[in-house]
Design a protein around this ligand. Structure first.
Ligand SMILES: Cc1ncc(COP(=O)(O)O)c(C=O)c1O
Length: 459
């Protein structure tokens, strides 16, 4: 087929060094003349090269050779790593070129304002855009209640230690949970009460006991695509948890870090069930966009306004203006929406492949979690297998997984859980990765059995 000839020709040019990383490929028109074919054939070839991560496109400019492509033979020689460990967004899908354009636009629009001290709460015009964006997530609020933070982690960290209107002190959190939040509790020397989040969510009776007896100031919850299990609470669970919080005067700290990836339009954040301020809604732009920007937001009750602004000022005065200005344009122009539509498809396709692979390949003694979207899930290993031991073993097979120990507080500690993130793994490698993990589990378990047998035999 003609388009394959074009693919082959371009790869040869790259391998022979005629096209180097960063070089622009011939224009579609020129190449269609050279090959005496239609422009569509050339486009098909370029799209194919893009899919293979050999070239990338820059809108209104053309196609370019990526950095780091070493040619076919070298690729075949080097076995590829399968990275279920890295937790950032898919690197190939990071919209940094579009964002570069927004940064330039922000400087044009706001000039020196992007480079002076500014509002601690965040650029007002950005907060207007954020309020609009939040409506799409069913979070109806006003710019005055939105606080721009330097990554959602900053909001979590500041809120752990702030005095709350309920006058209470302790923190309740799901187990396991986002390790950064546990670290914040540790840093502030706060007492934490855990509640297990399993395949069926959390036990509400147990939650009620905690709320009743332990002076709980706030309950930290990742309401959808939970880190690390991937669990999403149902609307009914969310509503009942908010009711309990109202009954026992507890605040909910709702971490909706991946909410944009939810394609279920009927799924409500917890905020919906009490928009008065009882539910503090926190959102991140990291997992869904560009983590290096360090941009997030919190929707706070008025009673926390002063204390929060003082804490934010003490932490870093305000979040950098240039990224705030660029985010405003990114949201306003519709680029964010277009990006999220792509990300939803990308990650849900990968998540489905992962769940299928789990079902097909994991040994029966293993339990696993996860959903058909988002990017985290966990595998619980049969005892006595340890997560760290499996992770070390898999490293030698060039498969990278994370063990989840740091996602537990000491009373809930588990050392037999691994976390997998599908964000960095190409679709085509997901099944192979799970096969290698499954083989690793079987192999390590059989070694254990042999050791026990030998030591018994030796008396
Ligand atoms: C559940 C959860 N919340 C919040 C964060 C922090 O995100 P940000 O980069 O916005 O600080 C993370 C990062 O891993 C996370 O997993």
């Amino acid at each position: 087929m003609l388009y394959e000839e074009i693919v082959d020709e371009m790869m040869q040019r790259i391998e022979r060094g005629l096209l180097k990383p960063g070089n622009k490929l011939p224009s579609i028109r020129n190449l269609s003349q050279d090959f005496a074919c239609s422009k569509n054939t050339v486009i098909k070839a370029y799209v194919e090269l893009e899919k293979r991560h050999i070239i990338y496109s820059v809108p209104q400019s053309g196609y370019y050779v990526i950095e780091g492509y070493r040619g076919r033979e070298k690729l075949e020689e080097t076995q590829v790593d399968i990275d279920f460990l890295s937790a950032g967004p898919d690197r190939q899908a990071m919209p940094y070129r579009d964002f570069q354009h927004c940064i330039n636009q922000a400087i044009e629009r706001y000039k020196e304002e992007m480079f002076t001290y500014s509002d601690v709460q965040g650029l007002y015009s950005l907060r207007v855009q954020l309020a609009r964006h939040l409506q799409g997530l069913q979070v109806f609020t006003v710019p005055d209640r939105i606080y721009v933070v330097s990554g959602s982690q900053q909001a979590l960290h500041l809120l752990v230690s702030l005095p709350f209107p309920n006058g209470k002190r302790n923190i309740c959190l799901e187990q396991p949970t986002h390790a950064g939040f546990i670290e914040s509790i540790r840093q502030h020397g706060r007492e934490a009460y855990g509640i297990e989040v399993g395949k069926k969510g959390i036990d509400l009776k147990q939650l009620e006991e905690l709320f009743k007896h332990h002076d709980i100031k706030l309950f930290y919850m990742v309401s959808r695509f939970h880190n690390p299990t991937g669990y999403s609470h149902t609307n009914e669970e969310r509503r009942r948890i908010v009711e309990l919080a109202q009954q026992y005067d507890v605040y909910i700290l709702e971490d909706d870090y991946m909410g944009d990836l939810d394609s279920n339009a009927k799924a409500d954040p917890m905020f919906v069930y009490d928009p008065s301020g009882r539910v503090i809604y926190v959102k991140s732009f990291s997992k869904v966009m560009l983590p290096g920007l360090r941009l997030g937001l919190a929707v706070l009750p008025d009673e926390l306004r002063e204390a929060f602004l003082r804490a934010k000022f003490a932490a870093d005065v305000h979040t950098p203006m240039l990224t705030q200005g660029a985010l405003e344009i990114y949201l306003q122009s519709g680029m964010f929406k277009a990006h999220i539509d792509r990300m939803r498809q990308l990650y849900s396709k990968k998540a489905v492949l992962l769940q299928q692979a789990y079902k097909t390949w994991l040994p029966a003694a293993v339990t696993y979690s996860g959903s058909l979207s988002g990017f985290y899930s966990t595998i619980e290993l049969p005892l006595p297998l340890k997560a760290k031991q499996l992770a070390d073993y898999l490293k030698q097979q060039r498969v990278w997984v994370d063990h989840a120990e740091r996602m537990y507080i000491p009373e809930f500690s588990k050392d037999n859980v691994i976390r997998l993130s599908i964000s960095q793994v190409e679709e085509a490698l997901i099944e192979e990765g799970v096969q290698i993990i499954a083989r690793g589990i079987t192999e390590l378990l059989s070694r254990r059995t042999e050791v026990r047998f030998v030591s018994k035999g030796q008396g």
